[in-house]
Design a protein around this ligand. Sequence first.
Ligand code: 13P
Length: 289
Amino acid sequence: MALVNPIKFMKLAQERGVGIAAFNVHNMETIQAVLQGASEENAPVIIQTTPGTLKHAGIHNIAAMVKAEAKLYDIPVALHVDHCSSYETIIKCIQSGYTSVMIDSAELPYEENVKMVQKVVELAHFAGVAVEAEIGRIGGVEDDMFINEADAAFTIPSEAKDFSESTGIDSLAIAIGTAHGMYKGEPKLDFNRLSEIREVVQDIPLVLHGASGVPDESIKEALKRGIVKINIATELKLPMAEAIKEAFAKNPNESDPRNYMGAARLAVKEVVKEKIRLCNSSGLAKECK
Ligand code: 13P
């Protein structure tokens, strides 16, 4: 299918109380693994790239590959730019066929942040593209973005309400104790805060960043309390690296990328399927028609 704006299937997932898995990809093999896995689960899926990946691979290459690969499958697929602080990059993504964008201007003072998000919403909605933004600050490391524990800040429910209403965004990323990258101990999610946010922000889907390494039971509880989009990056990178290391351990003279990247693709696909099943969205694609 052609790429779609994800809001319709995210709202459907919200109504059903299930999740939509959003996977960060880096190359052709991870794109194929996500789409093959999602198709085998018959689930709508979001493919996302950080600005760092766009710098590495080129927006044109990522957009062309995702569009071409998505056409092979009968499931709704959205292409999203994750944590993008540049208005110019957002324009380029939309021009290249991205169907969803995350504007991350959380470093700005609140009023300026709101203005920047409003500007992106105006542009994106004109182009039929969805907008995600974050209130609060999710800690951890992603690409060259590093938010240490002291700067991470949990989302305040009243601010979440004001922010989503005054910006007109389509989905809201909240900080409730997750962080990007793997955790040292077990992450403790503030479920009461999540419920309070859901209570005051009822109409748009909520997004959980930093889902890698969060125990399955916590993901299920988060879905029950109103999270819809679950962002997974690190948990795809690790099996990919492990599969490549294993291929070289078995055959140190390996030189055919099709062998080690093929093994990596299979390993990533298995995790994609597991995460979709955890989100309980297997089979949801048939309801999106
Ligand atoms: P993880 O790397 O922890 O899975 O975080 C992914 C994410 O939130 C992407 O924005």
